[in-house]
Design a protein around this ligand. Structure first.
Ligand SMILES: Cc1cc2nc3c(=O)[nH]c(=O)nc-3n(C[C@H](O)[C@H](O)[C@H](O)COP(=O)(O)OP(=O)(O)OC[C@H]3O[C@@H](n4cnc5c(N)ncnc54)[C@H](O)[C@@H]3O)c2cc1C
Length: 432
């Protein structure tokens, strides 16, 4: 059994290491350029607050999550199912009466969604329940894949429910302002939300990475170690070289970096590339505000249903997990799609003004920015049919495997699945 070097301690690299260890492979080394595990799923501590690097949630129904995370050890806090639609300064609850009976009456009376739309939601839910997660991810409801926008129109949802609920909700999940993404993803997320709670660990999403990293021995992981080069000789991998110049020999190298780094190596190492690693990304900006007062109740995601403005969605995080802020403080996460061409203070003011319309009497000048994250590459672009155009784990070079969301889906599920697949490839080789 030779050495395995895994590059990148995002969720893909961490899952890969976990599956290898559980398969009895001890000689492995995980190298990560930053100072901790998690990659994009990381929680920073700032002035007593716990801030995820961009607003993220965990869908507990993800099949990979069920296989690889010990959910009960994560001290999970649930978001309330559904959302609050914010329109013209008013709040309209659209909950899920099947899972949250308390939201039933206001949701049924919500004037922004017709009875026909509410029945269509139930019909779609029943149709998706009859298909496996894998089927839905690959084929949606069947037939040729289209964009989310087209799918929603063809399915018969009214313009009103699209504009007020479905568009802003799915823009927030896929970070895709035009909703050109694959309708299979719409169906997949819809199914995930119908089949399990949407949660965050009480201490932030970074706890997921910490749990996975806990499977490794201290000598099996090195942080602040950037891999500069993957070494290949005679069509076979022989190890890596770090930026500090150290060479580490390995029988297997698993590249679990972000897509941009992986693609750069794919271009330099392979003469012919049949399936390029996708590098077109989606950006998002997340602002965390604190205030000494609470504005909402219940831990609902709030959606901008006005069809204009900078904010797409926001949530009072401390309604979901009070442990994310110091005592007496309330934490708000505000999501703006893309990378707006505004200076930080301009964007902060613009967000305050939009919130002030909703809460005209609240002293929102006391809403303090804790930190703003501009994330240029949060997810990769996933157009209709994208599943057929992603690379597999096998790179084409003996001993070099790809593991990163980009082999499956731009999500936590995609990263867990990709890490698992690369590890299984290595474990199978031992059997062979
Ligand atoms: C703001 C935001 C919101 C999101 N929302 C959700 C959500 O709600 N639900 C969901 O399921 N998904 C969400 N996602 C997507 C999800 O976070 C990602 O799909 C997933 O974390 C990707 O994991 P990964 O391991 O493939 O890549 P990464 O997390 O990018 O990990 C790659 C790692 O490789 C390291 N690395 C890169 N180059 C080198 C090198 N040369 N040497 C050593 N190390 C290197 C990096 O430092 C990094 O740690 C969101 C992402 C963002 C950013």
């Amino acid at each position: 059994m030779g050495k395995v070097v895994i590059i990148g301690a995002g969720l893909a690299g961490l899952t890969c290491a976990k599956v290898l260890k559980q398969g009895g492979w001890q000689d492995l080394l995980l190298l990560e350029k930053s100072d901790g595990p998690g990659g994009r799923v990381c929680t920073d501590r700032v002035e007593g607050f716990r801030l995820d690097r961009g607003f993220q949630v965990l869908f507990t129904a993800y099949p990979g999550v069920q296989r690889h995370l010990n959910l009960s050890a994560l001290n999970l806090r649930r978001y309330r199912p559904g959302a609050v639609l914010v329109k013209g300064g008013r709040l309209f609850l659209l909950g899920d009466p099947l899972r949250d009976p308390a939201s039933g009456i206001p949701s049924l009376l919500n004037p922004l969604a017709s009875w026909q739309d509410k029945l269509r939601i139930l019909q779609l839910r029943a149709q998706l329940a009859r298909r496996s997660s894998e089927q839905v991810f690959r084929q949606g409801l069947g037939g040729e894949d289209t964009s989310i926008r087209q799918f929603l129109q063809r399915y018969g949802f009214s313009a009103a429910i699209c504009e007020h609920f479905l568009y802003p909700f799915y823009r927030g999940i896929l970070l895709d302002p035009d909703l050109d993404s694959s309708a299979c993803l719409f169906a997949f997320y819809f199914k995930m939300m119908a089949e399990g709670p949407v949660v965050t660990p009480a201490l932030g999403m970074g706890e997921i990475a910490r749990q996975l990293a806990g499977h490794l021995l201290p000598e099996q992981v090195r942080y602040q170690t950037t891999v500069e080069q993957i070494l290949v000789q005679g069509g076979k991998v022989r190890g890596i070289r770090t930026r500090a110049g150290e060479e580490i020999a390995a029988e297997w190298v698993i590249c679990a970096t972000d897509a941009l780094q992986a693609r750069a190596w794919q271009q330099t190492l392979l003469k012919q590339v049949s399936v390029p690693i996708p590098t077109q990304g989606r950006a998002v900006t997340c602002l965390y505000f604190s205030a000494p007062f609470s504005l909402t109740r219940g831990g609902y995601i709030h959606l901008n249903a006005n069809g204009r403005g900078w904010i797409n969605n926001w949530v009072e995080l401390t309604q979901v997990s009070p442990q994310l802020a110091p005592a007496g403080q309330h934490l708000y996460s505000v999501v703006v799609l893309g990378d707006p061409p505004l200076a930080e203070e301009e964007l902060v003011q613009a967000c305050r003004q939009e919130l002030q319309v909703v809460f005209p009497k609240a002293p929102l000048q006391q809403l303090q920015l804790v930190r703003m994250y501009r994330i240029p590459f949060a997810q990769f672009v996933q157009p209709p049919g994208f599943q057929a155009h992603l690379p597999t784990a096998f790179s084409g070079i003996q001993g070099l495997l790809w593991a990163g969301e980009y082999t499956h889906q731009s999500s936590i599920e995609g990263s867990l699945r990709s890490g698992e697949q690369a590890a299984e490839w290595v474990l199978k080789s031992r059997g062979a």
